[in-house]
Design a protein around this ligand. Sequence first.
Ligand code: ADP
Ligand code: MN
Ligand code: MN
Ligand code: MN
Length: 367
Amino acid sequence: METVSDSSRLNKILRPHYLSLPQGDYCQVTYVWLDGSGQGLRNKTKTLDKEPKSIEDIPEWSFDGSSTDQSEGSNSDMYLVPVRMFRDPFTLDHNKLVLCEVLEYNRFPAESNQRFQCRKVMEKVKEHCIWFGMEQEYTLLGIDGHPFSWPQNGYPGPQGPYYCGVGAGNVYGRDIVECHYKACLFAGVKICGTNAEVMPSQWEFQVGPCEGIEMGDHLWVARFILHRVCEDFGVLATMDPKPMKGNWNGAGCHTNVSTKLMREEGGLQHIEQAIEKLGNNHAAHILMYDPCGGQDNKRRLTGLHETAHINDFSAGVANRGASIRIPRQVGQEQRGYFEDRRPAANCDPYVVTGAIARTCLLEGLEE
Ligand code: ADP
Ligand code: MN
Ligand code: MN
Ligand code: MN
């Protein structure tokens, strides 16, 4: 069985010739949006006469929602509303990637457009200057769906040498990680780090700190760039929270949170207040921490492999078996941020950050 895609094996020698052709003032703008699954990303490109200097210079566009599970064929046009612009790391300057919100024909948000609500919440809590940092774990797969570079029949040796590992026997697919990192920096995505994970072929990148709505925007574009880089290499990146059953770590999207008060002297008391509110809303948060209302995360949050059980809420300093961890340094300095370890790798960051902001800073989730 083939493990890398045919298109990744096309001869690429001529590609730089064409990509380096001058394009005058014309600018290619690639519109990126979330499809009806709430997990899949779509994109298409149009030419603008000149480089857009800001998001206001990029026109709205539309697409066929009946092909993305977002509308009926008889009334299929959906609006693409540009919301954040990045440099395009694939076709280079002055071409752009633009993240879009999707609106229906009546200009109501599409069902999978969770940004719409999130933005309203972030607007309401603006004075708290809420920051997020998300740790996106993911697993590389061959196009046959088997973890990249794992033996075709059987398993690699048990977990231990892989986390932050080095050497051909310990890490698989670093090319993708390094190319993704550079591409994000070039694009203007606030990527702040990366590491190899506990399960071989599993990796993590971190995005943040980002204020309010910015978190979801930057994480979704970082995911888009990851899938696009993987396409070049002919492999897949899955966000499944437990890609391999058994004694293998799952994949989460730890969400780090702080407000202005938490970051200031004596902030720990505000962190503790937030944790108490999160504890009172545990079940409701679990419903929102993966796209299947907790069903996906149930396979991961078993109480083993550095997780707390899905039905239990706990918090602790430096405790990676708790739902919420207070980093050791934060405990020492009595201020900083906390880490919600529950969100699944395939969560929608707009839903997760919106829920945390509502629970911790507004009257609660019904707000
Ligand atoms: P871990 O030890 O859990 O693996 P990482 O280094 O992978 O931690 O990730 C730390 C995350 O915390 C990063 O995404 C970073 O942006 C975020 N972060 C750091 N400081 C803050 C802060 N004050 N508020 C919110 N997030 C923060
Ligand atoms: Mn991490
Ligand atoms: Mn991790
Ligand atoms: Mn973490």
